[in-house]
Design a protein around this ligand. Structure first.
Ligand SMILES: [Zn+2]
Length: 282
């Protein structure tokens, strides 16, 4: 009787200890899982002007300083393909990853950006607007301050091996008739919206394919304006990575959803490299 009581007395604390140990193990394995997520800051540039930096234009010196800063701090730039390889194919990503993106498809991206990417061994995603590249650029090409990339220029970018091309819509890069970018207009039906956005985005996919041979899998929302109704359209058009303008660091894991709605920090030319980097990395 006494013996039995003693054993019972022992069993209870042992069970409690086991429970605590198990709970602790579970806690730590979850914590490790979270720690394994790769932090991914993404920088969004637009034009690289030779003069007068603005909210949406940096000087060649500013972008070079940024790349130098990142490189000296040990950051490695990753491509959208690297992200997909990590998520879908179990490949690795650098611990200090950063992604460089440029929107709108300015001509100056070609002569200024490519040599800098080569110098600092980096890569970037350039998201182009169909109407700008297909129509405007051809009429007035090669001006460093205002021209857009022609299809020839886009092919030169691809040939550099350091640039991926993203779809930034064919003709929805505007604030027009109550619509912001490719977001749903408050007054239109879902059916009308889906038909309009689908026509535009698939037209741009066709143009990219026809002129470069590639199937774009990165989509950059104009103005970062997102509508949930747009997501199935993007999925149908083969996009695996979508970029917004939410100024936040991303956490990449093996769930494909982490590649949708990636946040980016707009690199305004009105700040120094140190000021801008402080915003992201502090
Ligand atoms: Zn844009």
């Amino acid at each position: 009787m006494y013996k039995c009581f003693k054993v019972k007395k022992l069993i209870v604390p042992v069970i409690i200890l086991l429970c605590i140990a198990f709970a602790g193990k579970k806690f730590f394995s979850n914590a490790c899982q979270e720690e394994k997520d790769i932090e991914l800051p993404v920088i969004m540039y637009h034009s690289i002007y030779t003069d007068s930096p603005s909210e949406y234009a940096v000087s060649p010196e500013q972008i070079e300083n940024d790349l130098k800063w990142l490189s000296e701090k040990g950051y490695k730039s990753v491509s959208a393909q690297n992200l997909c390889d990590y998520v879908f194919n179990n490949k690795t990503l650098p611990e200090k990853s950063v992604m460089i993106t440029l929107d709108d498809g300015y001509y100056n991206n070609l002569p200024v950006l490519v040599p800098l990417l080569e110098k600092y061994d980096m890569c970037a995603v350039v998201s182009i607007v169909g109407k700008y590249t297909n129509e405007y650029a051809e009429k007035d090409p090669n001006n460093l301050n205002y021209s857009y990339l022609t299809w020839n220029d886009v092919n030169e970018l691809i040939k550099s091996g350091r640039i991926e091309i993203g779809n930034h819509t064919y003709d929805m890069h505007s604030l027009y008739n109550g619509r912001k970018g490719c977001a749903k207009n408050a007054y239109e039906s879902e059916e009308n919206y889906v038909s309009a956005v689908s026509a535009d985005i698939s037209l741009m996919q066709e143009k990219i394919k026809e002129n470069t041979g590639i199937s774009a899998f990165v989509f950059a929302y104009p103005f970062g304006a997102v509508s949930p109704e747009c997501r199935p359209v993007l999925r149908e058009n083969g996009f695996l990575v979508t970029l917004t303008c939410r100024e936040t660091v991303n956490y990449i894991n093996h769930n494909p959803k982490c590649l949708l709605g990636i946040g980016r920090f707009n690199r305004s030319g009105l700040y120094s490299t140190e000021e801008f980097m402080r915003k992201i990395f502090s």
